[in-house]
Design a protein. Sequence first.
Length: 356
Amino acid sequence: MAQLIANPIYDSAFKYMMQNERAATVLLENLLRKKILKLDILSNDTPMIEEQSGVRILRLDFSAKVFNTDTNEPELITIELQKSYLDTEIMRFRTYLGQQYSDTKKTQPEIVQTWRKNKQTGKAEPIKIEKHVPLHIVAIYILGHPFQEIPIEKPVIYNYANPVGIENESVPEVLKTRFFKGVTHDTIIVQIPYLKKNAKTKLEQMLEIFCQDYISDATEQLLNIENFDQKSEEFKALARPLLFAVSDVELRKIMTIEDEMSIHFQNVKYVTDENEALHSMIEESNRKLQEKDSQLQEKDSQLQEKDSQLQEKDSQLQETNQQLANSIKLLYSAGLSVDDIAAKLGIPVDKIKTIV
């Protein structure tokens, strides 16, 4: 049995899905290939980033407690998820990631013992202070486009640190150090165009939620997932918010606005500033409103002119009727009978009688 869901390639539908804790956990667990013990969304930012191609970047930040199989202990990490439908400058991704590295909120407080010199005794004494340890960052990029330079037909690409020594020997122990975790990050890249139906691996089966081969014949805003009833329970949990999104009128309106903005940005060729692009949209809307207002004024003027013409014709008709009545009265006073007047003027007798 096929099932319609909102297309999560749209920013609004994707946010709708990821704001559901169960759905977000399923997707991130499968991408990270780690058990998530606790997940918190830290921010959800949807700026419309301009390009000549009309790109948008959706950014979501998560704090996740995952089970680290290397240490067999829980580990707190930050997940920086960026989603882009069309090609964008790499610097936009780098700039945002750099902001996360410098964000002092993305740290874990810890009480550590140190030493401080007592000014009175001159001796060093042990004290406890709170220290903020930077969390390890996992950057996830969900791209609606393949790499520009080289076609790498892999739906998911992992780039995890593999530290080696001076003789190229593996040094896995460094992965457990706070310094290394704090100054490096893992990267996961999803290329939506290479996601296909009837995937074999579990992760690709989960990512079928983005597969554009399922686009509905009716609209690109919907995916028609085939054999939905045969999908795994995890997939159904991931898709469930998107099922509800289909009948969410406000969400569908926002998806339509996304379509309109994409078309607009694709038609704007020399816009390099986001505010300028949005200002251009506002000016275009105002121009259309003014044009419609001008058309309405013109129609109103035409109606007034027609009304004036009708009044003029009515006045002329009244004048003609008055002249005719005067002529009938003159003929009647001259001794002509009603029948003679009717025959002479071609007017019904009854009408002449009402005048004379």
